[in-house]
Design a protein around this ligand. Structure first.
Ligand SMILES: Nc1ncnc2c1ncn2[C@@H]1O[C@H](COP(=O)(O)OP(=O)(O)O)[C@@H](O)[C@H]1O
Ligand SMILES: [Mg+2]
Length: 251
């Protein structure tokens, strides 16, 4: 491997003292799109949260390295400054703070550089257009009264505005109608480049009708049970996770 972008080695993670990730290995190269699939409770969201340094998720063994830096002991904001981004499975509502202000402040916090309201507004409108979001979203409170689809779009909008090096999208397709899935996929396609990488976490394959990943991994019981190319998706659609689980055993 020429360059080390994201390297996760033998990762063990506890949540409230129960082991959830049990020796997970994963490498993601710059320019790659990876999909992580797995049944409910497998540890997918745990992986996403631990990557971004959520304090509730305790790394008991193993390492997470990003561009050669050890992330294990870094705080979420330090990881964001290094270029990591997580879109949440259940985005928070922030009444009283408009989308536009929130995104501008997030951008300033991440880059450490000021950006004028006018300039930011121009960038924001451009990104919102890509996601077919109506201009009035910019002045609504963050996720307040948003439908499931609107919340997901607002997460994708955040990604487009922050331009992270590594984006982890947790269940970005769940709770979306077909049109919204298409729009989110559009946003991911816009963002995808040889300079960044995307990890899409999902328990079904609908969004994959629109996004062609480079690698697919099955996360079962806290470990990557199987990895391969997009052809693995057809396999899971036919036989389901249960078959894979018995096939892979406890190896
Ligand atoms: N914040 C949390 N508090 C307590 N238990 C949690 C928490 N997050 C995850 N878990 C537990 O960890 C396991 C894996 O959950 P999760 O990572 O959300 O799985 P997935 O996203 O694959 O459905 C589940 O048994 C879940 O109950
Ligand atoms: Mg989850």
């Amino acid at each position: 491997m020429a360059e080390r972008f994201l390297v996760i080695k033998d990762l063990h993670v506890n949540v409230e003292d129960s082991p959830i990730l049990k020796g997970l290995n994963l490498e993601v190269g710059r320019g790659e799109v990876h999909v992580i699939m797995g049944p409910n409770g497998a540890g997918k969201s745990t992986l996403a949260n631990v990557l971004l340094g959520h304090p509730k998720y305790e790394v008991t063994a193993g390492t997470i390295e990003f561009e050669g830096k050890l992330l294990n002991d870094l705080k979420p904001d330090e990881r964001a400054k290094l270029g990591l981004f997580l879109s949440f499975q259940y985005p928070e509502e922030i009444p009283g703070v408009t989308m536009e202000n929130f995104l501008r402040m997030a951008k300033i916090a991440q880059t450490g550089e000021s950006i004028s309201i006018t300039k930011f507004n121009r960038i924001l409108r451009e990104k919102m257009d890509l996601l077919a979001m109506k201009p009035e979203y910019a002045s609504r409170y963050v996720n307040d009264g948003f439908s499931g689809g609107e919340k997901k779009k607002s997460e994708i909008l955040q990604m487009l505005v922050l331009e992270p090096k590594l984006a982890v999208l947790d269940e970005t397709d769940s709770g979306l109608d077909v049109d919204a899935v298409r729009v989110v996929a559009q946003g991911v396609k816009q963002y995808r480049s040889s300079e960044n990488a995307i990890v899409i976490i999902t328990h079904h394959s609908r969004i994959l009708e629109y996004i062609q990943p480079d690698y697919v991994h099955f996360l079962i019981d806290g470990r990557i049970a199987k990895s391969g190319g997009p052809e693995l998706i057809a396999e899971i659609e036919q036989s389901g996770f249960a078959a894979l689980q018995s096939q892979s055993g406890r190896a």
